[in-house]
Design a protein around this ligand. Structure first.
Ligand SMILES: *Cc1c(COP(=O)(O)O)cnc(C)c1O
Length: 366
């Protein structure tokens, strides 16, 4: 008799559905026999790797036979300087997903509750479930976080609250004042994980650097990443800013070499590459306006976004539209798995990529 290994897995794991990544371009190329593919499915930086990072990585190649610096000393110090914090308040992760995982594993057990919003980042639910903890999903308000309802959902069993701001996949944004008031009302036995993967894209008029709030709120953890605006998604590097005692706990469960040598080097360079970041944000702002205008002209409802992506209601099965767009060589993200059956999320691309997307969508919806 063959063993049913699934029965041996932890109860939470038995019911897990793995994370669905955006379809890779070369997979589509293989399947469809097309070459000129536009991928706007994973909120990657359309500018690609910066020249400064490329140069640094080449210099780093000869060091790859050695283990990386397990403490990520230079990058942590650079981040600490940038945010006027201590290096002991910075934790580096193999992408900010690694930090989400460390936080969940360090603090949550099966009898605990974890709060997050409906239509928020799918990883929060996966992690909570993997531990067998109770996920308390708070219904969205106009596709964004209902902070008042999230406060009401807190019980003595609540351990973590995840908040993505801007939110993925909807693009909604919580203004600093509202967020700060919320955090001040969360009891300190509850950790607030503020996932700011799109921080660098937020319109400066709305932005406030939440890392400055850590002094006031010791239960606040701010997550940021090099995957989006810094254009390093493939290298896997992100970080958290927190109270140093939380960082010390994360360091206990962190795998010794969780950040690889190339990632540490690239992130260090990218952090100082102001021109690349400015260019990234300018391109995103122009593309966001361009796509928003196009949706308005096409009478398609969309949600105003502060990220590098936009969610649009295509008024029919988004999955069908997604499939039809694939045939045109355009990869976007259908949001059925989030319970948004008629919505697509599209990343802002270069002018040419946006053009391709608009042409393809117009064709598909005709
Ligand atoms: C993209 C994204 C991340 C970043 O993931 P990495 O592991 O850093 O690549 C985290 N949170 C949200 C909400 C995201 O959209």
């Amino acid at each position: 008799m063959s063993t049913d290994f699934l029965k041996l897995a932890n109860v939470g794991v038995q019911k897990l559905h793995p994370y669905q990544p955006g379809k890779p371009s070369d997979e589509l190329a293989r399947e469809m026999g097309i070459t000129d593919i536009v991928k706007l499915a994973s909120n990657e930086n359309p500018l690609g790797v910066s020249i400064a990072v490329k140069k640094g990585l080449i210099e780093c190649i000869d060091e790859l036979s050695l283990y990386p610096d397990a403490n990520g000393h230079y990058l942590k110090q650079a981040l600490a300087d940038k945010y006027a914090l201590k290096a002991a308040q910075v934790t580096l992760g193999n992408g900010s997903n690694d930090l989400l995982e460390m936080l969940t594993h360090a603090f949550v057990c099966a009898s605990d509750e974890v709060i997050f919003a409906q239509y928020s980042f799918v990883v929060y639910g996966l992690l909570t479930q993997s531990i067998g903890a109770r996920a308390v999903v708070v219904p969205a308000r106009e596709y964004g976080h209902d902070l008042e309802a999230m406060l009401d959902a807190i019980t003595p069993r609540t351990k973590l609250v995840f908040i993505a701001n801007p939110n993925n996949p909807t693009g909604t944004f919580l203004k600093p004042d509202a967020l700060k008031t919320f955090i001040s009302r969360v009891p300190t036995h509850v950790l607030v994980v503020l996932d700011e993967a799109y921080f660098e894209y937020v319109n400066v008029e709305h932005a406030e650097d939440s890392s400055a709030w850590i002094v006031e709120f010791p239960n606040l953890i701010v997550l940021r990443t090099f995957s989006k605006a810094y254009g390093l998604a493939g290298l896997r590097i992100g970080y958290s800013l927190s109270n140093s005692s939380i960082a010390e706990i994360l360091n206990r469960i962190r795998q010794p070499f969780n950040c690889n040598a190339l990632a540490l080097k690239a992130a260090f360079i990218a952090l100082n590459d102001r021109a690349y970041l400015q260019q990234t944000v300018a391109l995103n702002n122009a593309g966001m306006k361009n796509l928003s205008d196009y949706f308005k002209r096409s009478s398609l409802d969309f949600i105003a976004s502060e990220g590098n992506f936009i969610m649009v209601d295509v008024q029919r099965s988004a999955d069908d539209v997604y499939q039809a767009l694939l045939k045109e060589g355009v990869i976007v993200r259908p949001l059925g798995p989030y319970g948004l059956k008629n919505h697509l999320r599209v990343s802002i691309g270069t002018e040419t990529q946006n053009q391709r997307f608009k042409g393809a969508l117009t064709h598909v919806l005709k």
